[in-house]
Design a protein around this ligand. Structure first.
Ligand SMILES: *Cc1c(COP(=O)(O)O)cnc(C)c1O
Length: 243
């Protein structure tokens, strides 16, 4: 685990990221207030998370169940919301459902059904996003683009799920131009989903896209939620890369 990052360091980084977000939003004619900064806290210590919340972070994004459980035990997220943003196995849903404010990475009927079942059991309505594999990468999680609407309709039939929108992670190697195209495509999917399901579900309002390397582009492309790790906490150790 990397060393704890100080409040001062994180606060300066949060200010810089928020300033970039504001500029990107204004350049695109958007209201900066409609875009949420999610701090991607993987591999960070509970103390770093507390410092980030002290520095104004309102949502933390976790992508490993084990780290989520440890930080919950530490009460590290006190004062902020938590989103689960990583790959979720069906046998681990009990550690996540009802413990987080949103699960951003639902990518199959099987996983959705497992989350619904657990949400019913613990009697919560779980906010979810559908993760789309926008670059059609074999190694990545996320549903295929042409599966998304069927998944969204399935979510409508799950009484304990509240579908809020879409999340995507473009290929790590994408150029700015390629990223623009991926973000445009994901935005279109989001708009389609709102149009097709909007009457039945007025809650579709989240488009989670953009990370340290591309969040200004994602905001230009219509993102309402950026998930930023490196730009807030510094580079992660090489033995614990992405995901
Ligand atoms: C790690 C991670 C991020 C943040 O990545 P950075 O490039 O460090 O900003 C965003 N989303 C997910 C799903 C992640 O796992």
């Amino acid at each position: 685990m990397p060393e704890t990052k100080s409040y001062e360091t994180i606060a300066a980084n949060v200010a810089a990221v928020r300033e970039n977000m504001r500029r990107a939003a204004e350049a695109a004619g958007r209201d900066p207030g409609e875009i949420t900064l999610v701090a991607a806290t993987k591999v960070q210590t509970s103390e770093t998370i507390r410092n980030a919340i002290q520095a104004g972070i309102t949502v933390c994004g976790e992508n490993r169940v084990q780290e989520l459980v440890a930080h919950l035990e530490d009460n590290a997220y006190e004062g902020a919301k938590v989103h689960f943003i990583g790959h979720l196995q069906t046998n681990k849903v009990k550690f996540v459902v009802g413990k987080v404010d949103m699960i951003e990475s639902i990518d199959s009927v099987r996983l959705m059904d497992a989350v619904e079942k657990q949400a019913a059991k613990v009697d919560v309505i779980q906010d979810i996003l559908l993760e789309v594999n926008i670059g059609d990468e074999e190694s990545k999680g996320g549903a295929a683009i042409d599966e998304i609407m069927a998944l969204a309709r399935h979510a409508m039939e799950c009484p304990h799920l509240n579908l809020r929108g879409i999340m995507c992670i473009p290929p790590a190697t994408a150029s700015d131009e390629e990223n623009r195209a991926f973000f445009r495509e994901t935005y279109q999917l989001f708009v389609d989903m709102k149009e097709k399901l909007g009457d039945n579900n007025p809650n579709i309002d989240c488009l989670s896209m953009g990370m340290s390397g591309d969040y200004p582009l994602a905001i230009e492309g219509g993102s309402t939620m950026v998930r930023v790790g490196t730009a807030l906490f510094g580079a992660r150790p090489p033995w614990h890369p992405q995901g």
